[in-house]
Structure formats: structure tokens, C-alpha cells
Design a protein around this ligand. Structure first.
Ligand code: SAH
Length: 210
């Protein structure tokens, strides 16, 4: 139920859905997702679906995690990545396996604690976690060559654009012409280039700490 074979089936499903980044697919095939959800939900951990993780939040769909990671890395090994919305820590772990350093911010302390213990269990020591409102980013470690936001914003937070290195990319769900779209924003010497990738469903980015 939580075997490598079950994960391989999920990978095949993601391939059929259009994910073609082999490095990302290999990580999904390797990383146990069932340890990021409650034991009662472990049998559903390799379905391509979001699942509740408490505090009214969900672990993102594997498709979403794979798509966002591929959009962020574009096949390169990034050195510093900021994630806003640690949640279960699953997306954080995927990033830790393909970039050098991951900085991840979560506003709900109960989720952050659980994520921290899972990431330790997996011995992913290149992850740095912080309890904070990620709308302001994590300026102390900026600039980042990648920033990924795992909750829907109403407007693109200016602090995140500022903390992007030249050539860096910001991947996030944000509204465009009335629809929530997964977007990729590239910082160039001249400014910012916007790419709207596909429609998406995400929990909202919320203000304040819990
Ligand atoms: N990638 C996570 C997604 C969790 S859902 C996973 O797969 O488990 C989005 C997360 O963003 C939630 O944990 C939510 O608490 C967090 N979040 C929402 N608003 C936030 C904010 N302003 N700052 C930091 N985290 C936030």
C-alpha cells in the first residue's frame, strides 16, 4: 500500500497528465508521501489528490507538486529556494531533493512542528524552517533563485518579487482575468516576465500567525 510499486503507479499517472521532468518524477517515485499525512489516510497517500492535514489545510496534489517543482527548476539545480506555506512538508522535501538549500515559511505553528520532525526523519538537513507570515518572504536569506508559493494570493506580494535574484523565478497561484492561474514570473535585467501556465485550485494565503 505504501510500496515503491504504488509510487510507480502514481508516477505513471503523472506522466499521463503531462509531467515530463524525469528528475522530478524520480523524486516522487522515491519519496514516501504517506509519512506526510495522518496514519488513517496513509492508504490514500499515493492517489493523485489533495488530503486534509489538519488546521483546515491540505497536502497539495502530487500533480501540483510535480508541476510547480518542474516550473521552478526548469531542469537546473537551483542553489537557494524560498517556499511560502510549508504545510505537511511534502513539497519542501521534494525541493530539498533537487535544490541546494530550501527556506520554508509557515504561519501555523502546529503544522510547522510536524513538518520539521518528518524532514528530520528523512534526514533532509538542507531545509530551514520558520514560523512567520510568508507574505513578507524571508529577507535575511534573499536573494533566491527560486520562490514557490503553495497557497493562492490575491495580489502578487511585492516582497517576493524583491527577494528574487536576477534570472530567478517565482511560481505561484494568482488570479488573472478572474481565474486562479498557476503563474511563473521570471526576473530579467529589464524587469519581470509573466507566464500563465494553467488554471489551478489552491487554499488561500492568509495573513497573521496561528
Ligand atoms: N505544500 C504544502 C501545501 C499546504 S497548503 C503541502 O503540500 O503540504 C498551503 C499552506 O500555506 C498551509 O499550510 C497554510 O497554512 C500556509 N499558509 C497560508 N498562508 C500563509 C502565509 N501567509 N504565510 C505562510 N504560510 C501560509
Amino acid at each position: 500500500m505504501t510500496s515503491r510499486r504504488t509510487r510507480a503507479r502514481l508516477v505513471e499517472q503523472l506522466r499521463r497528465a503531462g509531467i515530463d521532468d524525469e528528475a522530478v518524477l524520480e523524486i516522487i517515485a522515491t519519496l514516501p508521501r504517506h509519512i506526510f499525512v495522518d496514519e488513517a489516510l496513509a492508504s490514500r497517500a499515493y492517489e493523485d489528490t489533495a488530503l486534509p492535514i489538519g488546521f483546515g489545510q491540505t497536502i497539495s496534489r502530487p500533480y501540483t507538486v510535480a508541476r510547480m517543482t518542474a516550473l521552478l527548476t526548469r531542469g537546473r539545480r537551483l542553489s537557494r529556494v524560498l517556499e511560502v506555506g510549508t504545510g505537511s512538508g511534502y513539497q519542501t522535501a521534494v525541493l530539498a531533493m533537487c535544490v541546494e538549500q530550501v527556506y520554508s515559511v509557515e504561519r501555523i505553528v502546529g503544522l510547522l512542528r510536524r513538518a520539521r520532525s518528518r524532514l528530520r526523519e528523512l534526514e533532509l538537513w538542507n531545509v530551514h524552517l520558520k514560523h512567520d507570515d510568508g507574505t513578507v518572504g524571508w529577507p535575511e536569506h534573499a536573494p533566491y533563485d527560486g520562490i514557490l508559493v503553495t497557497a493562492a494570493v490575491e495580489e502578487i506580494p511585492p516582497a517576493l518579487l524583491e527577494q528574487l535574484a536576477p534570472g530567478g523565478v517565482l511560481v505561484l497561484p494568482a488570479p488573472h482575468e478572474g481565474r486562479l492561474m498557476l503563474q511563473r514570473i521570471l526576473r530579467t535585467a529589464a524587469g519581470f516576465e509573466y507566464e500563465r501556465v494553467e488554471e489551478a485550485a489552491f487554499v488561500p494565503l492568509l495573513p497573521g500567525l496561528r
